[in-house]
Design a protein around this ligand. Structure first.
Ligand code: AHR
Length: 322
């Protein structure tokens, strides 16, 4: 599906700045900081934009309100990184009625298609890749009994849903025990709190921890350290994370995180590119997927093969962080 719907006026042609409203999720993680910086750089005044940025602090009502304010302000384009994947059709209809094109980045909107384009990650594939890596890794290491604790991302976000479902698909097929799976809200504090409670409830009973982002992993590491649980390469617990932000990759390099599945945050340029295409009257792709490498601490497996969310069997190389 494509669209030729361009901005609400001829701002660019007249030499004025193009106004863009961006309703960002919040500031919960290193990933989010990188995302904000990327969008702000792409929509800078120097590049011909007037960006209205709203940090929605992980609150869905605030995010809907921000979008309505952008409509009132009659911006040329609205960019949304949706905190949750549902509840969008009414406000997107309002954008459509106002003639303002909406571009969605990062997380998906799953109950409305009233946006012109989406740029982001296939979260389900990240979860499938993590599960497949664990299967192959455990086999290579001769670990037959996997007892897994999951620290999920913010409930109802497409990142949480996709990573949970993808990983669970492999876990179910392999008959692994997922002892518990709780919301750590994609924050370091959240990860630490959930892990502290896991360390008490499941003392001596788990050997895998899956954190759905790096900041949760940092918090989980602190909690495990305090509880005397060792993690990482050849330790008590295999630690898996998502995002592969700079600090996350440093922990992969030191062997504290066994595997980190990238979620590419620098989507601002892609988004600005879509605005430029719309300005020139071109048709734009409805979906643009980011390319995301998988990082590991040990040189044991060179690649993994799995069936992705599109039903294709894919083989992807693993990058050893040295
Ligand atoms: O939507 C992307 C996710 O949200 C990232 O994994 C996480 O770090 C962020 O908060």
């Amino acid at each position: 599906e494509t669209t030729e719907d361009a901005g609400s006026d001829d701002a660019a042609a007249s030499g004025d700045l193009i106004t863009v409203g961006f309703a960002q999720v919040g500031h919960e993680s290193d990933w989010r900081t990188a995302s904000t910086n990327s969008v702000q750089a792409a929509f800078s005044e120097e590049n011909g934009y007037d960006l209205q940025f709203v940090d929605c602090d992980n609150d869905s009502a605030t995010q809907i309100e921000a979008v309505r304010q952008f409509i009132q302000d009659d911006v040329d384009y609205i960019v949304i990184d949706p905190i949750v994947s549902t509840g969008w059709d009414t406000v997107l209809t309002e954008c459509e009625d106002a003639g303002i094109p909406v571009i969605v980045i990062d997380r998906t909107i799953d109950d409305s298609d009233k946006y012109v384009s989406w740029v982001g990650s296939e979260f389900m594939n990240e979860g499938l890749a993590a599960g497949t890596w664990l299967k192959d890794y455990a086999e290579a290491k001769g670990i037959s009994d996997l007892n897994i604790l999951v620290i999920e991302g913010s409930n109802g976000s497409s990142a949480q849903i996709g990573r949970t479902d993808g990983f669970k698909k492999i876990a179910d097929a392999e008959g692994w025990t997922i002892l518990d799976s709780q919301d750590g809200d994609f924050t370091q504090d959240g990860g630490q709190q959930v892990m502290e409670s896991y360390c008490k409830s499941y003392e001596g009973k788990f050997n895998v921890v899956v954190c759905q982002n790096d900041n949760e992993a940092f918090g989980a590491m602190d909690a495990m350290k305090a509880a005397g649980v060792s993690y990482g390469v050849d330790k008590d617990v295999i630690l898996i994370s998502f995002d592969a932000c700079k600090a996350g990759l440093e922990y992969v390099e030191s062997g504290d995180i066994n595997a980190d599945f990238m979620c590419y945050p620098l989507q601002g340029e892609y988004c600005a590119d879509i605005v430029q295409q719309l300005e020139s009257g071109a048709t734009v792709a409805k979906q643009t997927f980011m390319t995301e490498p998988w990082y590991v601490a040990e040189d044991i497996l060179s690649s993994i093969t799995y069936t992705n969310n599109a039903g294709e069997e894919v083989t992807e190389d693993l990058v050893v962080v040295t």
